[in-house]
Design a protein. Sequence first.
Length: 170
Amino acid sequence: MRVTELDRDTAPEAVDAVFEGLSARSRYLRFHSPTPRLTASARRVLSDVDGERHAAVCARVGGDPIGIARVIKTSERGAEIAVAVVDLWQRRGVGRLLLEELTSVAARMGVAVLHGDVLPDNHAMLALVRKVLPGVRLTRDADSVQLSYPLAWVTAEITDADLVESLQEI
């Protein structure tokens, strides 16, 4: 298995292949709604990786895409993450490798805090973030579990701004 960063040339093919490898249940867990097909606009958004605002890494076996993890900046220091692994490769360490590589990419992009929304019944994803992102903060509302992970505390020196931002989230 090889994990590489996607660019605008390689992303569309990988996005299509991974989406096609997801069952209806996996698509629901990833997109938080029934998603029988990937619309042209959604495909454009998922493929629009520039390495600065939106980056994605892809796991491949024999050249075939089997998973994608992405990070999209939502503010100067924050970014949302998402992971999708084709059903045939789930629970085999692919998500772990993708998320580990993604944290390095996010740090390179200057991201200090990773965040995301996970459906409460997506037990595999919740277990994955707990394993790969030790100390991840999980909070639940009526519809989802929000994760927050201070990447900067692991990969860089803690600044006064990090501490103030952390206190404001409480």
